[in-house]
Each structure stands twice: as C-alpha cells, then as structure tokens.
Design a protein around this ligand. Structure first.
Ligand SMILES: NC(=O)c1ccc[n+]([C@@H]2O[C@H](COP(=O)([O-])OP(=O)(O)OC[C@H]3O[C@@H](n4cnc5c(N)ncnc54)[C@H](OP(=O)(O)O)[C@@H]3O)[C@@H](O)[C@H]2O)c1
Length: 298
C-alpha cells in the first residue's frame, strides 16, 4: 500500500474550498483548480494553483472532485481523467446520484484510475471544521490509502460497500431527509404564525423532546431571523431532490414531488443561491402575513 502525499482538489465552491484548506492543513501537498479563477485566491498561501484541470491532476496521488453536479464532473474530467497518473485514486465527492456515479466509475476504470464513491454529509461549517460525515464505497486498499485524506475533512465515515454507487445512493436518501426536515420546520413555523402564535415558541416547545432535532432547530432559528446566508444552497438541494425522484420510481412519489415543487418555487423566485431554510418563503404564498422576524421585532 502506498501513502497518498499529493492531493488535487477540483472545484472550490462552498464545500471544495473548505475541504482543500483542511487537506492542506493536514500536511498534504495540495493543488487546486476552479473554473472561475477568483475562487482560488483564498487558497494561494496553502496550495499550488493550476491553470487547468488537466495540469492540476498531473502526478497527483489522489484527485478529489467537489463540483456542482454530474454534468460539471463529466465536463471537468473529460480533460482531467486522461491526465491522471495510472493507478491514482479519484475520490468523487460531488452529489451526482447513483446512475452518474456508476458511469463515472466505469470511465475511471477505462482510464486505469481507481474510483472511490465518496459523497459527504454536512454543510459549510462542518466542512471548515473537518466534521463532515464521509459516505464511502470503494475497494479496501483504496479506502485504506485514502483514509488520512478522509480524516482531514470528516470526523465520521460510513462504509457502504466495496464499489460505486452504493454511497451515492445513501447520499440521496440522506438529502431527501434534509429536504423533508427543513421544509417541515418551515411549514410548522408558518402554521404557528398563521394561528396567531409566536413561532419562536414552537422551537422552544420542541427543544429536547423526541421529535426535536438539532437540524430543525438550526434551520428554524435561521427562518425566524430571516437569515438565509448559504450553508447549503437551494439549487444544490433541489438538484438532489430531483435525482432522488428520478432514481426511485418504485416508491410513492408524493412527498418528493411536493419537495421538488417547494424548493423549485423558492429557486424560481430568485433564492436559488440562498440557504435551504429559504424554503420557508414557499409557504408564504397563499396569504402573505407579517414575517415572523418582523413581528417579533415589532
Ligand atoms: N453545500 C453543501 O452543504 C453540500 C453538502 C454536501 C454535499 N454537497 C455537494 O457537493 C458538491 C459541491 O457543493 P458546493 O456547495 O460546494 O457547490 P457550489 O458552492 O455551488 O460550487 C460548485 C462548484 O462546481 C463548479 N462548477 C459548476 N459547474 C461547472 C462546470 N460546468 N464546469 C466546471 N466547474 C463547474 C463551480 O465552479 P465556479 O466557481 O466556476 O462556478 C464550483 O467550483 C455538490 O454536488 C453538492 O450537492 C454540498
């Protein structure tokens, strides 16, 4: 087993930038590339910045992709995959769904590259703190070699199997839950508001009870504060809800359909780049009332 020393990170969005900084901080020799070069600026002190994806991956022991969706990964890896060192490991952490992950694994294999299906659970703050949960499907030896890299970004790992796309399947299930719980707390805050109750009392009443969850409290507080600074953007979760809907035809579609509509409306109204808590807005359509935050302030 050879040790991974050099890591290339392709994609420096909310997650990729934070993960690249963590990997560099753990002592790896890091190279980064991003389609929009300005996003490389904050990493220039800790990583080598490459002018193209193909040049970024040359000679790297491991390549981490953290791009928006499957189309972005296909576009970037069309040039980067042929430039990877044969036998290098491709850690694919973008959320792309099972069909695309299986396809990417086949492309990797044809290029003589080892593929690890490695989507991440957790948003911006856990990524910055190295507290993501890594969902991992790959061969034992590949995962063993990658383990120090994974440890730099994740405080917990869940092994799902020895080949793609099992981890990507679990990721879609987890994100359907995140979509549900966020829409759920937005709905209940709206119900309280419409029934003349201070919505803040909902979070207080739920606090510490069996149906409570730290995530519902987090998103509930964001909604009450009206602060939708992105931790996880609406556009990303909408993409994942659509993937879950498209890849699970044999389950009742009603809830996924409703989620797709709610997050879709939120995105259509100009909030695609806001945090997913902005789904609260989709519940305000029928009869706009004074926003909870304004009422509390007033
Ligand atoms: N944010 C979260 O909480 C979270 C948590 C877990 C997993 N994820 C998943 O992780 C992945 C990255 O998420 P993120 O929040 O970091 O996304 P993001 O902030 O929107 O960043 C997306 C990245 O993809 C790049 N990109 C998009 N289309 C491209 C294309 N056609 N060619 C080349 N590059 C392209 C962007 O480059 P530019 O800078 O040039 O636009 C940027 O580097 C997604 O699959 C997401 O679903 C996100």
């Amino acid at each position: 087993m050879s040790a991974v020393r050099s890591v290339t990170v392709l994609g420096l969005g909310t997650m990729g930038a934070a993960m690249a900084a963590r990997i560099a901080g753990a002592g790896f020799d890091v190279t980064v590339w991003n389609r929009s070069p300005e996003r490389t600026v904050p990493l220039r002190d800790v990583a080598r910045v490459a002018p193209s994806a193909a040049e970024a991956v040359e000679g790297a022991d491991a390549v981490l992709t953290m791009l928006f969706d499957a189309d972005a990964v296909r576009a970037v890896m069309a040039t980067a995959l042929p430039a990877m060192r044969p036998g290098a490991i491709w850690m694919q952490s973008s959320t792309v769904g099972t069909l695309a992950s299986a396809e990417l694994a086949r492309r990797a294999s044809a290029a003589g590259v080892r593929y690890v299906d490695a989507p991440m659970l957790g948003t911006k703050a856990p990524a910055q703190q190295g507290r993501l949960t890594a969902l991992l499907a790959g061969a034992d030896t590949d995962l063993a070699e990658l383990e120090p890299v994974v440890r730099a970004v994740a405080s917990k790992s869940v092994r799902i199997g020895d080949a793609a796309p099992a981890a990507s399947g679990l990721k879609l299930a987890a994100n359907a839950w995140i979509a549900t719980i966020t829409a759920g707390i937005a709905q209940s805050l709206t119900i309280a508001d419409r029934l003349g109750v201070d919505p803040g009392l909902l979070l207080e009443a739920l606090d510490g009870t069996a149906p409570d969850s730290p995530y519902a409290q987090l998103k509930g507080r964001a909604i009450l504060a009206g602060g939708f600074e992105p931790q996880f953007e609406v556009a990303g979760l909408l993409k994942d809800v659509r993937l879950a809907r498209a890849e699970t035809e044999r389950i009742a579609p009603e809830l996924l359909d409703a989620l797709e509509r709610l997050y879709g409306e939120t995105a259509d109204e100009g909030a695609a780049g806001d945090d997913i808590a902005a789904v609260w807005r989709a519940f305000q359509h029928a009869a706009p009332v004074v926003a909870a935050a304004e009422r509390r302030a007033g």
